[in-house]
Design a protein around this ligand. Sequence first.
Ligand code: AMP
Length: 211
Amino acid sequence: MGLTIALNRGRILEQCLPLLEAAGIRPVEDTGASRKLVFKTIEGEHQLVIMRGSDVPTYVAYGAADVGITGKDTLLEYRGGAGFYERLDLGFGRCRIMSAAPVGAELHQTPLRVATKFVNIAEEYYASQGRHVSIIKLAGAMELAPLMNLADCIVDIVDTGNTLKANGLEPLETIAHISARLIVNHASMKTRFDEVQLLIDQLRQNLPENG
Ligand code: AMP
């Protein structure tokens, strides 16, 4: 039996597939054309399971998947307890989690109203700053919240900063640097060490930047 590999659907998946293929792991069907969630691999015993990024750490922590690939943001936000090791930075999907506010805004309010989908990351960050905040959980389009006076500032993913700019916001502090990471279930790291280590070595060899 091979490894069960949990993959973050969407842009991370698109960038993972060529890397996995270079490591000899190729799904039997086109993942983009199928509504399936579980894919066998050609000439391999591994299986790929495709899911929301925020579910990847859960599957890996509980051992339903041996290995997972998802963004560091979902790992930082995960609060299920430590059931996995982070073993490889895949180097793609780079962005930052930042605070941002309307250009020129004075943020002296107490508590500061912070809109975000990264509730845990934001809570931890402002606690570390000794700042009293009220976190408002949103599912998307955080940049809308200050415009509508729902919040004073936001904590969100920033890449080029164009989305912030287009909505009259400016980036403030960098809270975390993000990229895609490979995680391994604690037990799998011991019981399936050779297979897991081979996968890590093969992926590492094919990373564009790490050579
Ligand atoms: P930008 O306008 O380039 O700063 O991109 C900002 C938006 O794109 C964010 O609100 C995110 O939703 C999304 N985004 C950009 N880069 C990433 C990434 N690496 N992972 C996930 N979402 C991203």
